[in-house]
Write a protein that binds this ligand. Structure first.
Ligand code: ADP
Length: 571
């Protein structure tokens, strides 16, 4: 067997289903071998998008997908997705082709220290020691990227290893790596956690994307139902328990965080997304109960000495918490008052937002766009969201009702993930025969990072509704007339006069879809947007993507109380 065929069969043996990649030297034959072995190969237009798509598939399914790259620059492009997956704690396997091993250090074509360069982003970065050992390395790559805190494995294959052959009976085939071991927390710690929650005056549960990845939805909902403790979710923790659950206090987020005296953190880190757990966003004396699969995470950024550390698999530990809490609902009068207070603030904020959605003369605002989306798109539709204002505002205005429903720029805040994520999500929805479209909501700048990947979505007829919310810029855009005054007629070199945040105001993004045979709609009013969305959802899934370009007010922004994730101190 040749090395490519051994690698392909090893991946199949390990339950890998998808390879996302860009082919070239020396991996073309391997991609064909992968298809022959039964793997699905999705050819992307840039390794960055391939790495984003493969990592999203890993997050959505719990099994890693492969990102296949060519030597040198191919690997360098994929480092973006490796870093993104590592920072998000998502499983990913990157397979890189490399030059002939006999040419190492001789200045070979696309020569690059690939194993070395990958190492900072990986749990495992290795080159198999022989053709016969490839299956062992593949099993180790799957095990390493899925067990414990998920992350990235990199396997390096010189050209001569992919094309070299060995007798089949000398190959050391591996058994399939099982699902990660389920770890329970120490029962004394579980008892302490429940006692602490009962005694709290203002308890709060925060649901993170670790709970989504760890498929803890049933136990988490059970815990919230039994304890009636108010909860909110992080951006990708949304949907583990539906946003319209009566105990969800997402709209009163600032108050809930800053006043809670005990916080149960289910699969979320106290990083920038949760303001490092620090005042003034959190109380100085807040007690944190952390549940995490990664023991080193426990205690991280917990400023109070009294934090409770529950090490284990989130679904199992949450179940332990439910059983320790007892079968009947808690009736702690103080908790009830606290929950009611948060609910009334949440309702007030909701009405503030609804006011922003009321019809006005064009141009549209973000809020009006998302009100139309809410009115037309089914509430369980898979969703990808990226951009600055587009992502922030759509997060709070487009509710989630099921786990892993929503993907976004994540912990690394990576712009450019959207189209790759949408491709992975659409493949996942199609495989599961859910009958759902994927809605990919992007700002015009975010879309630009990977717009050519639209061709991939068209090539594989993926059911994605792309909605480009265009304000002509990054955070803040420019109107056509301002652009004309400042840049076209200004008499100064455009590189000196064009605002760095501005993009071309006359861009027509829907025409990119048309170039690949997909319908494109350009809309400027809420009525036009509604019609386009209605057409989009009526399209049969097999007809592939369409793109709606919604031109909004270039000066549109978020309402003041919409929280800004990056600030440390603004309440
Ligand atoms: P968010 O972005 O939602 O705040 P983070 O990515 O910061 O979430 O945190 C997710 C946490 O979940 C990580 O610390 C990771 O170790 C943890 N995690 C991932 N999978 C599991 C699991 N199966 N069980 C417990 N914790 C998990």
């Amino acid at each position: 067997m040749d090395g490519g065929a051994i690698l392909a069969r090893s991946l199949v043996d390990q339950g890998v289903e998808y390879v996302f990649g860009v082919v070239g030297f020396p991996v073309i034959d391997f991609a064909v071998a992968a298809q022959h072995a039964g793997l699905k190969y999705i050819g992307m237009r840039n390794e960055q998008a391939a790495s984003y798509a493969a990592s999203a598939m890993g997050y959505l399914t719990g099994r890693p997908a492969v990102c296949l790259v060519v030597s040198g620059p191919g690997l360098v492009h994929a480092l973006a997705g490796m870093a993104n997956a590592a920072v998000n704690c998502w499983p990913l396997i990157v397979v890189g082709g490399a030059g002939e091993s006999a040419q190492e250090e001789m200045g070979a074509f696309q020569e690059f220290p690939q194993v070395h360069a990958s190492r900072p982003y990986c749990k495992l970065a290795a080159r198999p020691s022989s053709l016969q050992a490839i299956p062992l390395y593949v099993e180790k790559a799957v095990r390493t990227c899925t067990f414990g805190r998920p992350g990235v494995s990199y396997l390096d294959f010189p050209a001569d290893m992919l094309s070299g052959t060995c007798p089949e009976d000398g190959i050391r085939w591996s058994l399939r790596c099982p699902a990660p071991p389920v770890c329970q927390a120490d029962s004394a710690d579980v008892a302490t956690a429940i006692r602490t929650l009962r005694q709290a005056k203002k308890p709060l549960i925060i649901v993170g994307k670790g709970a989504a990845y760890g498929r803890a939805e049933v136990a988490t909902q059970g815990l919230i139902d039994v304890t009636r403790i108010p909860f909110l979710a992080t951006p990708m923790g949304k949907g583990v328990v539906a946003d319209d659950h009566p105990h969800c206090v997402a709209a009163a987020r600032s108050k809930a965080l800053s006043q809670a005296d005990v916080i149960l953190l289910l699969g979320a880190r106290l990083n920038w997304i949760l303001h490092f757990g620090q005042p003034p966003r959190f109380r100085q004396d807040v007690q944190v109960i952390q549940v995490d699969i990664c023991p080193e995470e426990l205690g991280n950024n917990c400023w109070s000495s009294q934090c409770v550390r529950l090490h284990g698999s989130i679904a199992a530990v949450t179940k332990q918490l439910v059983s320790e809490a007892g079968g009947t609902s808690w009736q702690v009068p103080g908790h009830r008052l606290w929950a009611d207070e948060l609910k009334s603030i949440a309702n007030e904020k909701e009405s503030g937002r609804q006011a922003m959605e009321r019809p006005t003369a064009p141009p549209m605002s973000y809020y009006q766009v998302f009100a139309e989306v809410r009115a037309v798109i089914p509430r369980d539709c898979a969703m990808v969201s990226e951009g600055a204002n587009t992502m922030d505002i759509s997060r709070s205005t487009l509710p989630c009702c099921r786990p892993r429903q929503r993907l976004d720029a994540g912990t690394f805040g990576t712009m450019g993930v959207g189209v790759g994520f949408a491709i992975a999500s659409a493949l996942h929805e199609t495989d599961a025969k859910t009958g759902r479209h994927v809605l990919c909501v992007q700002g015009d700048s975010a879309f630009g990072f990977s717009a050519m990947e639209l061709e991939v979505a068209c090539r594989y007829s993926l059911p994605i509704i792309f909605l480009v919310v265009n304000n002509n810029g990054i955070s803040l855009g420019t109107t056509q007339s301002l652009w004309k005054d400042m840049v076209t007629d200004g008499g100064v070199h455009p590189a000196r006069s064009a605002p760095p945040t501005s993009l071309l105001p006359s861009a027509r993004y829907e025409k990119i879809a048309e170039a690949f045979g997909a319908p494109g709609y350009y809309v400027q009013t809420t009525a036009e947007l509604r019609t386009a969305l209605q057409r989009a959802v009526k399209r049969p899934l097999a007809d592939g993507p369409c793109l709606i370009h919604a031109a909004i007010d270039p000066l549109a922004s978020r309402i003041a109380q919409e929280h800004n994730w990056l600030t440390l101190s603004k309440l």
